[in-house]
Design a protein around this ligand. Structure first.
Ligand code: NAI
Ligand code: A1CAB
Length: 272
């Protein structure tokens, strides 16, 4: 990232994951600003990574090459309108908010150099994945900078259609929570089958990690890898049948459609 100066507006969960990932990747802390009214989380970030902290958003964006908007969708308009006097078209604005369209951001901020990004919290351990969409005003150099920023904390993929950000939100933005839910459920089931709680949790966590790494590294697809585990009429077969009888695939589709719809709903509600 060289000497690129990055300011985070909002220093909550997602900003902390990105800042943590960037610092662990060797980005200099003196190139990172974070602004938030919550002094406790700012102090935590400062003591952990030695970044610059601010409680005044307008001061925080001064001199920044990239401004990452990492506040909740519901307060994005207020934050952008307050920042409008301080942000210029020379600065790249990356919004990570679910559901807030680039049209709204352009209108509220008065600048056109907008990238919408949907990252996820595993960015903290450099294993995030982000979908990115750039508006026409974003230069090739700025696209490169955004890609470098998000690639420092995981995989970054470009989308040519902004509406697909809703699908990315449903699959990978919210996705870590689905896997945590499965880990929780497998741990609870393991405990009910008689395992000590700590061992049940480790078995579920390491199984998720191993399966995910295999899926990422293998030339086989997920269905083929699943078949390798599934002996005909064996134990896995019994479990998979139970999942399928319970409508597992349909349930996953319904859940992801709900996430995407919520993202579209936020866009509609918050676009005025
Ligand atoms: N948490 C996640 O897994 C992901 C979140 N996102 C998006 O990231 C954004 C932030 O989400 P989280 O980090 O989870 O929320 P969060 O609630 O943890 O962080 C938001 C932060 O904004 C701060 N804030 C409130 N008013 C402010 C103001 N006027 N100026 C500056 N900061 C202000 C809050 O004090 C808080 O620290 C949301 O728009 C969300 O859609 C996107 C991808 C994944
Ligand atoms: O739950 C949310 O709204 C945010 C967006 C993606 C993950 N967390």
């Amino acid at each position: 990232m060289g000497n690129t100066k990055i300011t985070f507006i909002g220093a909550g969960n997602m900003a902390a994951s990105l800042i943590g990932g960037l610092c662990k990747q060797g980005v200099h802390a003196h190139n990172i600003n974070a602004s938030d009214p919550g002094e406790a989380q700012l102090e935590k970030l400062k003591s952990t990574y030695a970044i610059h902290i601010f409680t005044d958003n307008q001061l925080a964006v001064k001199g920044a090459d990239i401004i990452v908007l990492a506040v909740k969708p519901q307060i994005m308009r207020q934050v952008c309108e307050q920042l409008a006097v301080a942000v210029t078209d020379q600065q790249l604005v990356i919004s990570i908010a679910a559901g807030i369209t680039s049209d709204s951001l352009i209108r509220w901020l008065g600048v056109h150099t907008i990238i919408r990004c949907m990252p996820n919290t595993p960015a903290l351990i450099q294993q995030g994945v982000s979908g990115l969409y750039a508006t026409k005003a974003v230069s090739t150099q700025q696209r490169k900078q955004a890609e470098q920023l998000l690639s420092a904390v995981g995989l970054a993929v470009w989308l040519e259609n902004e509406q697909l950000i809703d699908a990315v939100t449903a699959v990978s933005g919210s996705g870590p929570a689905y896997f945590f839910l499965l880990i929780e459920a497998m741990t609870e089931a393991g405990i009910k089958l008689g395992l000590p709680a700590d061992i049940a949790a480790q078995l579920a966590q390491y199984t998720a990690q191993g399966a995910s790494n295999m899926a990422c590294q293998s030339t086989l697809d997920a269905a083929q890898l699943r078949q390798q585990v599934t002996s005909p009429n064996g134990t896995t077969d019994a479990a998979i049948r139970a999942f399928q009888q319970g409508g597992f695939n349909q349930l996953v589709e319904t859940a992801l459609r709900s996430a995407a719809s919520r993202s579209q709903e936020l866009a509609q509600q918050l676009s005025e």
